[in-house]
Design a protein around this ligand. Structure first.
Ligand code: IPD
Length: 233
């Protein structure tokens, strides 16, 4: 937050010229990793900005220190910090924190999902034709071309499509019923690990498309299967 809105420092690009990373991303990851190493020395860590430590406990922390980096660097208030804890069965705990909106989404396996302490629930949407759907786009031109094809097919079949720019927040918005569904091809594990648990614990479903690394679709059970089918086509 101290750096948000100020001059961007240490900005480099990663997978393509559109994929930015800044000193704020790196420092946020350093801070989270330092804390987790001290508190949970036996757990593994994987972070978007390079953290990669194997686990002696069977538990792993999956960290996106700044999801929505482009928004952050443009002073657009849709970015967050996403941290998940996973064990052999999948997501165990997840937190997505939006410091600008002062909203914290949390979930623990079997314990429900909450926003600033209040229980949240996915919408009751079951018809795609009246569903508000969120999505996102990757940074590689070839991936984007495929994503554009999906939007072209989907847009006439849904209420509307939103692209806010932070996958973890998109998922939490599904969990809170602010979006009916969300999908994205080419998304990374750290983008959705915490948000997916928040959706599941908010009564929704998350379908991993082609093994997870290649995408997710999320929403109420009645909607998500059809959404996943359309995205897979
Ligand atoms: C990105 C955002 C974006 C999504 C991209 C992600 P980053 O994460 O979540 O909404 O469409 O696929 O890579 O780069 O801002 O951490």
């Amino acid at each position: 937050m101290a750096r948000y809105g100020g001059p961007a420092r240490g900005v480099d690009t990663k997978s393509s010229s559109t994929d930015m990373v800044s000193e704020a991303d790196r420092e946020a990851e350093r801070a989270i990793v330092e804390l987790l190493r001290a508190e949970r020395p036996d757990d593994g860590l994987i972070g978007e900005e390079g953290a990669d430590e194997s686990s002696a406990s069977g538990r792993n922390w999956v960290i996106d220190p700044l999801d929505g980096t482009t928004n952050y660097l443009y002073g657009c208030p849709a970015w967050c910090v996403s941290v998940a804890l996973e064990d052999r069965e999948g997501g165990l705990a997840g937190v997505v924190h939006d410091p600008v909106g002062r909203e914290t989404f949390v979930a623990e396996r079997g314990g429900g999902a909450r926003l600033n302490g209040e229980p949240i629930h996915v919408s009751e949407a079951s018809e795609l034709a009246t569903a508000l759907i969120g999505t996102g786009f990757g940074y590689e031109p070839a991936v984007r071309a495929g994503q554009a094809d999906i939007v072209r097919r989907l847009l006439p079949q849904v209420r509307d499509i939103r692209r806010a720019g932070a996958a973890a927040l998109d998922l939490c918005f599904v969990a809170a019923g602010r979006l009916d569904g969300y999908y994205e091809r080419g998304v990374h594990h750290w983008d959705y690990a915490a948000g997916a648990l928040v959706v599941r614990e908010a009564g929704g479903e998350v379908v991993e498309l082609e093994g997870g690394r290649f995408g997710v679709a999320a929403g109420p059970a009645g909607l998500v299967r059809r959404l996943a089918e359309l995205v897979r086509e």
